[in-house]
Design a protein around this ligand. Structure first.
Ligand SMILES: NC(=O)C1=CN([C@@H]2O[C@H](COP(=O)(O)OP(=O)(O)OC[C@H]3O[C@@H](n4cnc5c(N)ncnc54)[C@H](O)[C@@H]3O)[C@@H](O)[C@H]2O)[C@@H](O)CC1
Ligand SMILES: [K+]
Length: 509
């Protein structure tokens, strides 16, 4: 309808989001070179793309200098390309003389502008970094094997200890690209990792997520991989899903969302969820809530206080909800509910909604309390954090796999619901067996109310595009992650809806 221009999502639409192993990446590079793209051209694309992403990362932050750590392999070659394009004063710390580099890296060294300072260093100390430095990690990429050599331990430890933000190229140095393990117990801790061609498995496994931070992907023009270890969701995927609404659209067409949220204890959750839904582009948002919140409500919101006996949704709320469901394209429920004896009956009533239903927070805890009442078949999105997922698993007899992807898939299959298992690289799993890992976001999202905002964003997307809950859940999680990234120090959940709207606007064609 609004966001999605195709009638059916194409499972093979964006090959570049396939997560692959290192040997597959090497094969793709060789294929690209064999088809006539020079190796140095691939490196140039990688470096230029990384510089673009790093400039975006640095925008609004006051870096005085970029310190580029360059190893002797092609990861170091990428770093030299980046150094020339950052638009910041640059100092390169190289592990060896640049005139000893080979292959594409030697070509990058040849093209390095002469005015860039290069220091060949054995070891680094804290004095080699300034407070306002941005560090670029081009020490080790996919060629890293075995134990870190002592000199690299010193470089990585010193960079991590400097307190300066680090942007890693392709992989955080020290992380095994396949297993994600920091085999020597040490790896660069990056805030941003810009990876090239296809995302590597190691970014999503073991120590990889904590070491790599938010991820960006640069398309360097390698062919589509045949092998894949899974899917990851990047900006290009969001761009594909987001389209400007038609000029002659109207509010009903942009999606009508009913939010059933809040209680006398948690009235703010209803406000966060509603605000997020409005900012995410729902045409009409109606809030059903037991208690009028203290916090200021957006004027655009339609609010109805529902009857309850105890200040949280119960049997008495059902007639109002049923009436409001008839005016809605999607329903999002559970944020700030708190639980009472009557909430199970409310959940049963909501499950009769024929369109997409998103269930969050205490709606999920309610389902876990009375699993025998679960009626839904399809068109459901659940957004559990790990604690809620555990309760659901116990109630519904779902094996609690340690691997989060398998766990989310098992929940999705059992409940016949798109499952958004929240955490670093949130997993979105579809009952069909498809799954995707999110790549946006940062620690700032681990804050009270963040989940209420996520529920509102996905709810709005579902209302606008009810036929594609899996795609809309992935998109909503991605936008929510970007919103967290744009936050300044002291970000709170109240800031997220506006930031999510800005992120969406940047990605909308
Ligand atoms: N080949 C290509 O076409 C492209 C490669 N690209 C870049 O090239 C990288 C791969 O390049 P390389 O294969 O040259 O490998 P890397 O540059 O990742 O690593 C090789 C270097 O690491 C050293 N090394 C390996 N294990 C070590 C250890 N345990 N301790 C310390 N040093 C160690 C090696 O001696 C060598 O100097 C990718 O990660 C990516 O950044 C990109 O430029 C895109 C195109
Ligand atoms: K690196």
């Amino acid at each position: 309808m609004i966001f999605y221009s195709c009638s059916e999502p194409n499972a093979n639409r964006s090959f570049f989001m396939k997560i692959i192993r290192i040997d597959t990446m090497r094969k793709l590079e060789q294929q690209a070179i064999a088809s006539g793209v020079p190796g140095y051209e691939l490196m140039r694309r990688a470096g230029e793309g990384a510089a673009r992403e790093i400039r975006a990362f640095a925008r609004g932050r006051e870096f005085g200098r970029a310190v580029v750590l360059a190893g002797r392999g092609n990861n170091g070659g990428d770093a030299l390309v980046v150094a020339a394009r950052l638009g910041l004063p640059v100092t390169i710390y190289a592990t060896g003389p640049l005139n000893e580099l080979r292959g594409e890296a030697a070509e990058a060294a040849r093209d390095l502008p002469e005015n860039i300072e290069v220091r060949v260093c054995d070891g680094l100390t804290g004095r080699d970094f300034r407070r306002d430095d941005l560090i670029i990690d081009g020490l080790l990429g996919t060629g890293f094997t075995g134990e870190l050599r002592p000199r690299f331990r010193n470089w990585i430890e010193t960079a991590n200890r400097s307190g300066c933000p680090i942007a890693a190229l392709d992989l955080p140095s020290g992380i095994n690209g396949d297993t994600g393990k920091a085999d020597s117990g040490l790896a660069i801790r990056a805030e941003l990792t810009v990876t090239f061609g296809c995302p590597k498995c190691g970014l999503f496994r073991a120590d990889g997520p904590a070491a790599s931070g938010r991820l960006r992907l640069v398309d360097i023009g390698v062919p589509e991989p045949e092998e894949s270890e899974g899917e990851a969701f990047f900006a290009a995927d969001a761009e594909e899903l987001l389209h400007r609404p038609a000029y002659d659209t109207y509010k009903n067409l942009r999606g009508r969302l009913l939010i059933a949220a809040g209680s006398s204890d948690y009235s703010g959750a209803a406000v966060l969820c509603s605000r997020a839904a409005l900012r995410a582009g729902a045409g009409i948002v109606r809030l059903a809530t037991p208690v009028r919140p203290y916090a200021a409500l957006p004027g655009a919101l339609i609010v109805r206080e529902v009857d309850t006996a105890a200040g949280s949704f119960d049997k008495e709320s059902i007639p109002a909800l049923a009436e409001m469901m008839q005016q809605s394209d999607a329903v999002a429920a559970g944020s700030g509910w708190s639980q009472c004896r009557g909430s199970a009956a409310v959940l049963s009533a909501l499950q009769e909604f024929p369109g997409p239903l998103l269930l969050d927070a205490d709606a999920l805890n309610t389902a876990a309390r009375e699993p025998q009442r679960w009626l839904r078949h399809g068109k459901t999105v659940i957004t559990p954090h790990p604690g809620e997922a555990k309760r659901l698993a116990e109630a519904f007899g779902v094996p609690q796999f340690e691997d989060r992807t398998n766990f989310a898939l098992a929940l999705a299959a059992k409940l016949d619901a798109v499952t958004v298992l929240k955490g670093p690289h949130t997993v979105v799993a579809d009952p069909s067996g498809r799954w995707s890992l999110n790549t946006s976001g940062c620690a700032a999202l681990a804050t009270a109310g963040s989940g209420d905002v996520l529920a509102g964003i996905i709810g709005a997307l579902l209302a606008g595009n009810p036929e594609h809950p899996f795609e809309m859940a992935k998109l909503g999680v991605f936008l929510h992650g970007l919103a967290g990234e744009t936050g300044k120090a002291g970000l709170i959940a109240d800031d997220l809806p506006e930031f999510a709207a800005e992120a969406k606007a940047r990605l909308t064609r």
